[in-house]
Design a protein around this ligand. Structure first.
Ligand code: SAH
Ligand code: SF4
Length: 362
């Protein structure tokens, strides 16, 4: 009996020591193959299988049995499985709750636009940033996602819908710039020509404003679209809903945005959740227009979703129209973000939070 226990423990420890091969770049896999005495083209075979979304070495049918079992001994392949799926009766938007290998879960939303399929993916299990209006912020932080786990969401959504995903938004659960290394690695994998080959111009990243990382991202000159969740024109209002504003205020954040725009030549999207009586007054619009002056920008207004029980109320449509008018008069373009999947709570963080509540009740 004792020795069986010991064997189990040893094999579990072995599993923990295995490395995540799916987070590796083609170059890194070439290194592994070299150390196993294999030619470089084998690396390309393995990389292609991983980028196609296989979840076991068994499926890599053009590798010898021996090589497959050697890889199996040292590496593992993270993947996600569908735990829940909701389809909007209004517009076909699909919301997934994906399970990870350690039992954690993340959300992902698939949207169909006239120009193709777009997927909104998560970068962390939960989030540390604690924005008061956000369901993810409310549920706390569990862990960062690995590059392979971010990639697996795109693969799983594509496999499930049977159509090519052409656009990605990193706007699901978590703060992508708080999981910077893994997100950069994910971007490299998903845009690689030997992989899904989704170009940076088809990828957007949304941040609450981690200023040092915005500078770093700018210097990398990637062609991705940066969305900045601003939600207020000044520190006094912003600090009430976004704790990150204590670390970097509006002025510092916008300075980084100016730098980003200048360095990359790319327009920044500013997200602005309209909360009745909090940040939606005429004077807020005037102040916002003044602050954004000189930044290549576009403002996306989103009527706030009351998901956190904080009593936030959506600004009425007339307020949104008036807000846009003021911005436009001052030369700032703005639109109301189209809400998709409103019947299935398609904003991220809500499904996981509901699961947590159900678990607490059970
Ligand atoms: N952490 C990143 C990306 C994930 S949040 C960020 O904050 O930008 C994605 C977007 O949804 C952000 O613009 C966020 O501010 C917004 N959001 C979160 N909760 C919301 C709510 N209840 N109503 C409207 N927008 C919300
Ligand atoms: Fe985190 Fe973004 Fe939600 Fe804020 S809005 S808590 S940064 S996921």
């Amino acid at each position: 009996m004792g020795s069986v226990c010991l064997d189990l423990e040893v094999s579990q420890n072995k599993n923990m020591e295995k490395q995540d091969i799916k987070s590796m770049t083609l170059e890194e896999i070439k290194g592994i193959m070299g150390s196993l005495g294999q030619p470089p083209f084998r690396a390309l075979q393995v990389y292609r299988w991983l980028q196609r979304g296989v979840s076991s070495f068994e499926e890599m049918s053009d590798l010898s049995k021996e090589l497959r079992s050697r890889l199996q001994e040292q590496y593992y392949i993270p993947s996600v499985s569908i735990i829940r799926k909701q389809v909007s009766a209004l517009d076909g938007t699909v919301k997934y709750l994906f399970g990870l290998l350690d039992g954690e879960c993340v959300e992902c939303v698939l949207m169909q636009y006239h120009h193709g399929y777009s997927v909104c993916i998560s970068s962390q299990v939960g989030c540390k940033m604690g924005c008061t209006f956000c369901a993810t912020g409310k549920s706390g932080f569990s862990r960062n996602l690995r590059a392979s786990e971010i990639l697996s969401q795109v693969q799983a959504a594509q496999k499930d819908c049977g159509n090519r995903i052409s656009n990605i938004v990193l706007m699901g659960m978590g703060e992508p710039l708080d999981n910077y290394e893994n997100v950069l690695r994910f971007l490299e994998l998903v845009s690689s020509p030997e992989g899904m080959n989704i170009g940076m111009r088809h990828i957007s990243l949304s941040t609450c404003g981690i200023v040092d990382k915005i500078y770093d991202l700018a210097d990398r000159k990637l062609q991705l679209t940066l969305s900045v969740s601003l939600h207020a024109p000044n520190d006094k209002i912003r600090v009430k809903t976004m704790p990150i504003n204590r670390r970097w205020g509006v002025e510092e954040l916008l300075k980084a945005c100016r730098y980003y725009g200048k360095t990359t030549g790319r327009r920044i999207s500013f997200e602005y959740a309209m909360i009745s009586g909090v940040n939606d007054s005429d004077s807020c619009a005037e102040e916002l227009a003044g602050r954004l002056h000189g930044i290549l920008s576009h403002v996306n207004l989103i009527p706030v979703n009351n998901v956190t029980g904080n009593g936030y109320v959506k600004s009425p449509p007339e307020r949104l129209k008036r807000f846009i008018k003021i911005l436009e008069k001052k030369g700032i373009t703005a639109t109301v973000r189209r809400t998709l999947g409103s019947d299935i709570d398609a904003s991220c963080g809500q499904l996981r939070r509901r699961m947590q509540e159900e678990e607490m009740k059970a």
